[in-house]
Write a protein that binds this ligand. Structure first.
Ligand SMILES: [Zn+2]
Length: 266
């Protein structure tokens, strides 16, 4: 029995050593799962949400969100582009949005009340796509797998395509939608902020809108805080960190605009 445990531990250790990866900002990460597996999990969760949540029937809002999201993902470098991106606008008053591995974006109509104008909406979408580019879902699922010795979660992952699983959904970053709260960590939030800022600027959006977006988000608190904040907790340092990178981001935006990336989504 003892040696069996040791064999398991060694096998796990070998997997872990092989699974050390680096985020786009140079942080080492634990990623146990092939990206193709993560893409399948993302696609399965997305299909489930599309089945459960009514889609927007407001053609104008739909076209507006698509215009912004497409401009953001069109700015991805070839090396960052593994899949075609898909966008769904959900008719729901929740102030929320998400992006899943496998190139799946969801925006709730309630978000449009808080993310005002194309530049602020691009800031949200850039941030969400930033989580995907940095493989944060893989990292969260991997960490959880290790903590739980893989047993329960292995079943969850194997059954990913079959039915809604709150635990897996929460790990993918969809906590608020399924009532299991598992916020992104502070370091993951910073990475998504920085990647998103760069990405929105590359698309020609005004990166300064990211600051007003998070200010709006904080103000929209009150009795029912925006759902987005429950999975993407904000800290006092968020706006300061964004501002530290702003001068560079504005230069990136100016360069993008001079190359003709000047979106007009309304
Ligand atoms: Zn986030």
């Amino acid at each position: 029995m003892e040696s069996l445990h040791r064999a398991h531990a060694l096998a796990l250790l070998a997997t872990l050593l092989a699974a050390c990866a680096t985020s786009p900002l140079g942080r080492s990460q634990l990623r146990l799962f092939p990206e193709s597996t993560m893409d399948e999990m993302g696609a399965a969760a997305y299909a489930e949400l599309q089945w459960e949540t009514p889609h927007s029937r407001d053609a104008v809002a739909d076209a507006y969100v698509r215009c912004v999201a497409n401009a953001v993902v069109d700015a991805l470098a070839d090396s960052e582009r593994r899949t075609e991106w898909e966008v769904t606008v959900f008719h729901d008053k929740a102030v929320n949005a998400f992006a899943l591995p496998g190139g799946k974006i969801g925006v709730y109509t309630g978000l449009l009340e808080v993310a005002r104008g194309q530049h602020q909406l691009a800031a949200v979408i850039g941030h969400e796509v930033g989580h995907v580019l940095a493989s944060h879902a893989n990292e969260r699922v991997s960490q959880s797998w290790v903590v739980e010795s893989g047993l329960g979660l292995a079943q969850v992952i194997v059954g990913a395509g079959s039915s809604a699983n709150p635990q897996l959904f929460a790990l993918l970053g969809l906590g608020a939608q399924v009532g299991v709260l598992l916020p992104f960590s502070r370091i993951q939030e910073s990475e998504a902020d920085w990647i998103g800022l760069d990405l929105m600027a590359r698309a020609g959006f005004d990166p300064r809108a990211s600051v007003s977006l998070w200010e709006n988000m904080a103000r929209a608190g009150g009795i029912a805080p925006p759902e987005l904040l429950s999975t993407h907790p904000s800290s006092d340092t968020r706006i300061r960190d964004l501002q530290r990178r702003m001068a560079k981001a504005v230069l990136i935006q100016e360069a993008a605009r001079s190359r003709g990336h000047d979106p007009h989504c309304s």
